[in-house]
Design a protein around this ligand. Structure first.
Ligand SMILES: *Cc1c(COP(=O)(O)O)cnc(C)c1O
Length: 346
């Protein structure tokens, strides 16, 4: 079956051009620093982000973990949102492997942290307390529905962190979606942070990999951490080759995914029995709920959609997430809307 897979943009398969680039990639041992394709990807990524250096890592989780471990020592504290990916979905790695203490403050529905909350989370120097070291921001914000943070907000949050002596890491897994959403070059959303991780393997379609970008000195530190984490990969240029295509060719088209998310949301709004989340859609994500009086669970509805070749993310007993990406085409939208109408008609 030709699946319409809306569960996540992580499900994107590599493009033909990526497969060709992977097959033709010039390779070497990256632990020796000798993989020309990895080196090229790292230079390209650093230039895109306006940072001195970059490090190819196996995943977004590894990029965030290597960054936190390079910023912090044991007993240091990281301030982040209570819905941060790093707090919820990264298996507690910063604590388990780094002895780093998380201090969470509420994420607002728009993905921001209140400036007041950041300020009050920064601890004074007192031997009873952990040492406040780092603020983590997330853009776009996954758990807050794919919402993007503006440059103005990022600057304000960063300023408060700096005044409190903190460094700033950005979990920019989907930072290019944020840049496209705000119609700004990506540099405008990362020039105020010390380090940023972004994913090649989500909307950008590469099969594997993320990149951590920062100063030369910081990346040297993170490089050692990556080795400790078992992330020293050898001829990983086969992966980086796809990453180069991702950076060069897949960024500018992300707006199409956002437009399809708009079209999908507009259609779902008209389907009887469905309620679009108040803040949806954002960037490439759409969240909807089945109305309580329908007597249908998300599981049951998803099973009916699956019979029509449509896969959706189940995010609650009556809740769905749908993510638009490269492999979702215009003609899929009416098919999804019809399938929902049929699944909910009694
Ligand atoms: C996907 C994601 C990550 C982690 O990426 P993996 O490659 O799945 O480890 C980190 N942060 C955010 C916001 C994400 O959406």
């Amino acid at each position: 079956m030709d699946w319409i897979d809306l569960r996540s943009d992580t499900l994107t398969l590599p493009t033909e051009k990526m497969r060709a680039a992977m097959a033709a990639a010039e390779l070497g041992d990256d632990v020796y620093g000798e993989d020309p394709t990895i080196n090229r990807l790292q230079e390209l990524a650093a230039a895109r982000m306006g940072k001195e250096a970059a490090l190819f890592v196996a995943s977004g989780t590894m990029g965030n973990l290597a960054a936190v471990l390079a910023h912090c020592g044991r007993g240091d504290e990281v301030i982040m949102g209570n819905n941060a990916h790093t707090y919820i979905y990264e298996a507690g790695g910063i604590s388990a492997l780094g002895g780093v203490h998380p201090f969470t403050i509420p994420n607002q529905p728009d993905g921001t942290l209140l400036k007041h909350d950041i300020k009050h989370a920064i601890r004074e120097d007192n031997p009873h307390f952990p040492i406040s070291k780092l603020l983590i921001l997330e853009n776009t914000h996954n758990r807050c529905g794919g919402v993007s943070l503006s440059r103005a907000y990022m600057l304000e949050a960063a300023q408060i962190a700096r005044e409190g002596g903190l460094a700033i890491h950005l979990d920019g897994a989907r930072i290019f979606n944020a840049a496209v959403d705000h119609h700004v070059p990506v540099v405008d959303l990362v020039d105020m942070v010390d380090s940023v991780t972004f994913c090649l393997s989500k909307g950008l379609c590469a099969p594997v990999g993320s990149v951590l970008c920062s100063s030369q000195e910081f990346i040297e530190k993170a490089h050692r951490v990556r080795k400790q984490l078992g992330g020293g990969m050898r001829q990983a240029g086969v992966l980086a080759a796809a990453g180069i295509v991702a950076l060069e060719e897949m960024v500018d088209r992300l707006g199409e995914d956002h437009q399809r998310a708009e079209a999908l949301a507009a259609g779902l709004r008209e389907v009887p029995g469905l309620l679009l989340d108040k803040r949806s859609p954002n960037t490439n994500m759409v969240y909807v709920e089945i109305e309580g009086n329908q007597g249908v669970t998300a599981q049951e509805c998803a099973a009916k959609l699956k019979e029509k070749g449509i896969l959706v993310g189940i995010t609650g007993s009556r809740h769905f997430r749908m993510v638009c990406h490269y492999w979702i085409r215009d003609e899929h939208i009416p098919a999804v809307l019809n399938a929902f109408k049929n699944a909910l008609s009694k």
